[in-house]
Design a protein around this ligand. Structure first.
Ligand code: SAH
Length: 238
């Protein structure tokens, strides 16, 4: 019987794959690979596996979400086992939940193989413990991508005084910082932005909330990056 897996490939470093990811990847007839998945991960796929890149980086056109699901269904119905490889954890942003729903609606059971999410791995890569108890009662994972009605309620988030870990926040960093400052978050709140965490090209910037957007722009930091805001961002390596 063919099987379907949604597999987290972790933040980049192949050593951060789970044993289960390696084992299931090795069983797949077809591997659909997302953006942000380190290609080195594919060493664990079978030599005869069909590899399909559905991401939009590297000059390729991104495959629309319904087409990805349709491709998976085609393979599964033809009796082929399909591994869907996603960066980080498949259920933390990145639409893994939607793919599970679509497969379930088609009557197909999908197995979830968790991964290490960038929101924890990227801060850790520069020594930031996101829930250090001297600094925060908890951590909030939030997307910076939304605007308008999809915009997070930054004032409400600021009021929690928890660590904020922002995914997909680089393009709107200025607006996000302004919203947090307007909500009364202290301008000297420590922040960090970590680009391409756990990969050889990893870079980061540390700055106060007031200066974060400018320092990130000066350093030319871009996507993929995680932004950490809160007292914990004062910890770790400089
Ligand atoms: N499912 C993924 C997140 C997908 S959303 C996970 O659990 O990590 C894509 C966003 O994740 C990027 O815009 C960026 O904010 C973050 N991201 C993914 N890999 C990253 C990396 N190696 N370094 C920094 N940020 C990363």
């Amino acid at each position: 019987m063919s099987r379907a897996w949604l597999i987290g490939a972790g933040p980049g470093d192949v050593e951060l794959l789970t044993l289960k990811a390696v084992r299931t990847l090795a069983q797949a007839d077809v591997v659909l690979v997302d953006d942000l998945v380190n290609p080195e991960v594919l060493q664990f796929a079978r030599d005869d596996a069909q590899i399909v890149h559905v991401g939009k980086r590297g000059g390729q056109v991104s495959t629309p979400q319904p087409d990805i699901v349709a491709q998976m269904l085609d393979h599964l119905r033809a009796g082929r086992s399909v591994a869907r490889l996603k960066g980080g954890d498949p259920f933390v942003f990145g639409r893994g939940g939607e793919e599970q729903q679509a497969l379930q609606a088609a009557g197909i059971a999908v197995e979830i193989v968790g991964g290490i999410t960038a929101g924890i791995a990227a801060p850790a890569a520069i020594g930031i413990p996101v829930t250090h108890r001297d600094h925060a009662q908890g951590v909030i994972f939030v997307t910076g991508h939304g605007a308008g009605e999809h915009e997070a309620d930054w004032a409400a988030l600021a009021a929690t005084r928890m660590t904020l870990v922002i995914y997909m926040g680089m393009r709107r960093l200025n607006d996000i910082a302004d919203a947090l400052l307007a909500a009364g978050m202290p301008p000297d709140t420590p922040c960090a932005a970590i680009e391409s965490a756990t990969r050889p090209e990893q870079r980061h910037v540390r700055a106060s909330l007031r200066e974060l957007a400018q320092h990130v722009a000066d350093a030319g930091l871009g996507s993929p990056a995680i932004v950490v805001i809160g007292g914990v961002a004062s910890l770790g390596v400089s």
